[in-house]
Design a protein around this ligand. Structure first.
Ligand code: NI
Length: 178
């Protein structure tokens, strides 16, 4: 079953996701489905609430080529350290289609997470990988990258998404062009 991507203002995107605790066969299957959905949508990261599941699961792959071998599939990720040095990146989000904004976050982080084999792993990340992991963990807490820009800009981006969605829905309904 293909996962359905949730788009703002879907309320599920604003909810707090629950810990997974154990990565069993079911969670592992879900992680692989999420990875597939992320690749299909050409995203570099995806969090479970974005497909309507309030579980603390994220998948990330910032490499040029889509290859599950270098993807990260994480359950219950927890940032344990953030650098003072910052990194700014023009972020987008699969749940906020077509919208981008520069967001500044810690450049390097240390984190721990439970991997697809239910093993607790520690790692460090910097630059784009660090940004992406922070963006995805935000999703688990109901936070979106548009929360880091001014209210004026955020409202503008939300209106634009609404318009894009409306046009797409109208197009899908179709009808005869005379
Ligand atoms: Ni996102």
């Amino acid at each position: 079953m293909a996962l359905k991507l949730r788009i703002v203002p879907d309320p599920v995107l604003r909810k707090l996701a629950d810990p997974v605790k154990t990565v069993d066969a079911q969670v592992s299957r879900f992680m692989h489905e999420m990875l597939e959905a992320m690749y299909t949508s050409n995203g570099v990261g995806l969090a479970a609430p974005q497909v309507g599941e309030l579980k603390r699961v994220i998948v990330v792959d910032v490499a040029e080529e889509q290859d599950p071998a270098h993807a990260f599939m994480m359950a219950d990720p927890e940032i344990t350290w953030r650098s003072e040095e910052l990194f700014t990146y023009r972020e987008g989000c699969l749940s906020i289609p077509g919208q981008y904004a520069e967001v500044t976050r810690p450049k390097r982080i240390k984190l721990s997470y439970t991997d697809v084999n239910n093993k607790r792993v520690e790692m460090e990340a910097e630059d784009l990988l660090s940004t992406c992991i922070q963006h995805e963990i935000d999703h688990l807490n109901g936070v979106l990258f548009i929360d880091y820009v001014s209210k004026l800009k955020r409202d503008m981006m939300l209106k634009r998404v609404e318009k894009i969605q409306r046009l797409a829905a109208e197009e899908e309904q179709g009808g005869k062009v005379l």
